[in-house]
Ligand binder design. Structure first.
Ligand code: ZN
Ligand code: ZN
Length: 283
């Protein structure tokens, strides 16, 4: 039934509930596997990342839950790790040494022209203000910086899943309507998606914003392309609240089915597997 989710934020970072509350919802919705992916520590404090001094507790709490729920669903433990630069990203030893099942690589922050970091993963109006105040209104430059960082992340490696692969597209196309149809933008995204597939990473279809915006990350317009180039895909809700773990899930699975996909990547028996997409319930 493809009821899984591997992008889940709890109170260890900016999620709003304990691991166990997510598990109760997952069991009630007949999930077969679930992974936790707190925002990994950054070299500075933020309101949305976990601190290093919580890591041991995070891993221990997961082990308790894994044991407690072993007869109900399979659990796995990960982190969502930011690519900031060559010193702070999923590939660094400190993250690689952790006993994790998987890692999600994501970009949420960009350096402005002065080298100061800007969190561009924000609501569209705030994004507009940031582009105007920190990047001289040059949204093309912001888009190019974003994909430069994402491509650098692909090269550095050390993770399994590319988190919300084109998340900025929603904000950038609010700033500049029609952006997605511009050929330079389309080429940039397609060559980036091709590199994800070439390097063997899992492409996350992130449904976090689907209820509000009817948009997935990556945008649905690329699904046929992703299918044609042999992408491995996985639907994740990026849930921060337990009742949102399955948000947008059916719609995303349907969109993948419509594009030709017949399998998705799920965690079973201690590893990633290609599992048939349940077309029967979708069509
Ligand atoms: Zn994220
Ligand atoms: Zn996330």
């Amino acid at each position: 039934m493809n009821r899984t989710n591997y992008h889940t934020h709890t109170l260890y970072c900016d999620g709003r509930a304990q691991m166990e509350e997510f598990l109760r919802f997952a069991v009630a919705q007949r999930f077969t596997s679930l992974g936790f992916s707190s925002h990994a520590p950054l070299p500075f404090a933020t309101a949305w990342t976990m601190e290093w001094d919580r890591m041991e507790d995070y891993l221990a709490e997961f082990q308790r839950m894994k044991l407690r729920y072993q007869n109900k669903l399979e659990l796995c433990i990960g982190l969502e790790i930011d690519y900031l630069n060559s010193q702070s990203n999923p590939s660094i030893e400190r993250f690689q040494q952790l006993p994790l099942d998987y890692r999600i690589g994501s970009v949420h922050m960009l350096a402005d022209s002065l080298g100061k970091l800007v969190d561009i993963d924000c609501p569209p109006l705030h994004f507009r203000e940031l582009v105007d105040s920190r990047f001289r209104g040059d949204v093309v430059e912001v888009v190019c910086r974003y994909y430069h960082q994402l491509n650098a992340m692909l090269d550095a490696g050390g993770f399994d899943i590319v988190g919300h692969p084109d998340k900025m597209h929603y904000n950038a196309s609010c700033y500049r309507p029609g952006l997605l149809d511009e050929s330079w933008y389309d080429n940039l995204v397609r060559s980036y998606l091709a590199r994800i597939v070439e390097k063997g990473y899992i492409v996350e279809v992130n449904t976090k914003a689907y209820e509000d915006t009817h948009t997935f990350f990556p945008n649905e317009r690329y699904y046929t392309y992703l299918y044609n180039i042999g992408a491995k895909v996985q639907v994740n809700s990026d849930a921060h609240y337990p009742d949102k773990i399955a948000n947008g899930r059916q719609a995303a699975l349907q969109a993948l089915w419509n594009a030709g996909f017949r399998t998705v990547t799920e965690w079973h028996n201690g590893g990633w597997q290609q599992v048939p997409l349940c077309g029967k319930i979708l069509i």
